[in-house]
Structures are given as structure tokens and as C-alpha cells.
Design a protein around this ligand. Structure first.
Ligand code: FES
Length: 175
């Protein structure tokens, strides 16, 4: 997404909030939503518009983990590696991801479609192991389930298992 679009998104927020301190977070959210991350150019532009230093603005961005300072892949896979998930198999999920995508934690696939991150507890330990794919949480992930998720993201159709039970047919009502 172009810088122009980011600036437009920021300007819309500035219209609503003015150039006050309260505008910082809405502007950052708007820019990230439009561009996927907060670039150097966006930092400079917003700092200038708000009349604050880049350092001040940078400290806000780096304080909140929801803001990204680097361009992310189209699909961000986050695998929890805290103890409960690790014990339940997050390592094997990372192995499946490496096998299917050829990348490991901290890496981005060459086509820019996937990136992998290891993260700490995502708050769903009772459903361990857990993996976030973009904004969606996947619970009780097995290596097989991880393969299916990746295949779907790649746009491949997964073959649905046919049910052993015959389908019920509705009886027609007599008129
Ligand atoms: S340890 Fe993985 S969700 Fe809590």
C-alpha cells in the first residue's frame, strides 16, 4: 500500500481528533490498517503533523506490541512456545511449517505470503498447542491440522473425508 494511502488514512483521523495527543493511537491504527505496518516515512509524517518528535512517537509504537515496524507477510503464523503448548507439541507444528513452507521463526517466505513467529502464551493454554493465523486462533493444533491450515492458506483445496453414514433423505409430505 502506498504512502499516499497511509497519509490519507492519517489525515482522516486528524480531522476527527485534531492534532492533539489523543490522535496518536487512532492515527497509528489507521496507518497500520492501511499499510500493514508503521514505516519510517509514516513515523516522520505523523510526528510532523502532530508536532511531536519522532523519538516520542517511536516510543509509543514500540510500547504497543500490536504495532509493527516492519512489513509483514500476507499471512502471519504465530506459534505459541510457552511451556504448556511446548509440552503438547508446538515444536512439531514448527517442523510441519518448515517442511511445508521452508521457513522458520523470524523468516518470511520468498513470495512474501508467509511469515512465522514464535510467541509466548496466547491465553488459551487449556487448548494447547495454539497457533494464531493472522487474527484467527487455532486451538488443539496437531501436525495434520497445521498441514490443512497451510494448504488452505496456499489456496489448495483440501479433500474432505466422506462420511461413512449414508445421507438421510427427506420424505416428501403427502398433499
Ligand atoms: S502456553 Fe500456549 S496458549 Fe498458553
Amino acid at each position: 500500500m502506498s504512502l499516499k494511502k497511509c497519509k490519507e488514512a492519517i489525515n482522516r483521523e486528524l480531522k476527527d481528533y485534531g492534532k492533539a495527543q489523543q490522535a496518536v493511537l487512532p492515527c497509528l491504527h489507521a496507518a497500520q490498517e492501511k499499510c500493514g505496518y508503521i514505516s519510517e516515512e509514516v513515523l516522520s509524517y505523523l510526528a510532523k503533523e502532530l508536532g511531536i518528535s519522532r523519538v516520542e512517537l517511536y516510543s509509543v509504537v514500540s510500547f504497543y506490541s500490536m504495532f509493527k515496524l516492519e512489513k509483514k507477510a500476507k499471512n502471519v503464523l504465530q506459534v505459541c512456545v510457552s511451556l504448556p503448548c511446548y509440552i503438547k507439541g508446538s515444536k512439531s507444528i514448527l517442523e510441519v511449517i518448515r517442511e511445508k513452507l521452508g521457513i522458520g521463526p523470524g523468516e518470511v517466505s520468498s513470495d512474501g505470503k508467509f511469515s512465522i513467529e514464535t510467541v509466548s502464551c496466547l491465553g488459551a493454554c487449556d487448548k494447547a498447542p495454539v497457533m494464531m493465523v493472522n487474527d484467527k486462533m487455532h486451538e488443539d493444533v496437531t501436525p495434520e491440522k497445521a498441514k490443512e491450515i497451510i494448504s488452505k492458506l496456499k489456496g489448495k483445496r483440501t479433500v474432505k473425508r466422506k462420511s461413512a453414514k449414508p445421507k438421510k433423505t427427506k420424505k416428501r409430505k403427502k398433499l
